[in-house]
Design a protein around this ligand. Sequence first.
Ligand SMILES: [Zn+2]
Length: 146
Amino acid sequence: MQLIYCPQCGLLLPAGARACPRCGRPAPVQPPPPPPRYQPPRTAPAPGPRYHTPPRAARPTLGGYLGALLLFSLPGVGLIVLLAWACGGTDRPDRQKLAQAFLLWLAILSAVVLALAIAFAAQPLLPLFAPLLHRLRPLALARLLL
Ligand SMILES: [Zn+2]
């Protein structure tokens, strides 16, 4: 608490006085009390932060991925599980993403294998088309360039 003296008569003013009790002069404006210094709360210390630990089964693990890939590879059932998971039939996002990635990879692989199979299957037929291809070569080149 700051002591305030009357500027006119020098009397020590009581705390909160609006005027000097001796001479009647209005007390000088008191500066606002300093903000209270921080005091640590006296309450019991807060318990440590509680970390939410997800159940262990929900965490993606190497074994989980291996098991999932094995499951996808099963004939029949694997494709059903794969499609179900990829379409959101699982509550685990990592499983859904894995199924989607596997499905995409399967599609790419199938397309490559199919293209190779067609190319190999069509090979014996190529001589039959040779004259035609020879005639169409300029056109084919133009097609390739465009
Ligand atoms: Zn005074």
